[in-house]
Design a protein around this ligand. Structure first.
Ligand code: AMP
Length: 139
């Protein structure tokens, strides 16, 4: 497998070299808003330590990230009074991965409402508003 690239965009977010809209963090994980949200409240959860994806992650990294994914999925569902939550995760380019630092997508969902197409930049103020709603819904 290709080596972890410490200059990937999420590594830069972790180091504070590029901005992000953070919603939650603990010692091992960080959750922040996706800049191209495919649903209102679309966020990403990553480990603070390096790994490309599920294929090279340790069980400790996976356990920490999944615990935060569950916490944020519950908060996002409550914040938007959503009907459900989609959790997505991609491995390597052939698997749909574009940023090579392990991440899980968390997307609040409503009955009969499709996800928006990928690749469209979100409105910064709206994303900030959605982040605040999710923060407020955290335990
Ligand atoms: P994938 O690797 O296919 O799971 O997709 C990477 C995700 O990262 C996409 O949903 C992008 O919108 C998102 N993304 C890319 N750059 C940033 C960034 N600087 N801040 C937040 N999300 C980002």
């Amino acid at each position: 497998m290709t080596a972890y690239d410490p200059d990937n965009i999420f590594a830069k977010i972790l180091r504070g070299e590029i901005p992000s809209t953070r919603v939650y963090e603990d010692d091992e994980t960080l959750a922040f808003m996706d800049i191209m949200p495919r649903a209102d409240g679309h966020l990403l959860v990553i480990p603070k330590t390096p790994c490309r994806n599920v294929l090279d992650a340790t069980s400790d990294q996976l356990a920490a990230v999944m615990s935060t994914v569950q916490k944020l999925a519950r908060a996002a569902k409550a914040a938007f009074d959503a009907d459900g939550v989609t959790i997505q995760q991609f491995n390597e380019a052939a698997g749909g991965q574009e940023v090579f630092h392990l991440h899980f997508h968390v997307l609040p969902r409503f009955e009969g409402v499709s996800m928006r197409p990928p690749g469209n930049m979100g409105d910064f103020d709206l994303i900030a508003e959605h982040a605040e709603k999710i923060r407020a819904a955290l335990d």
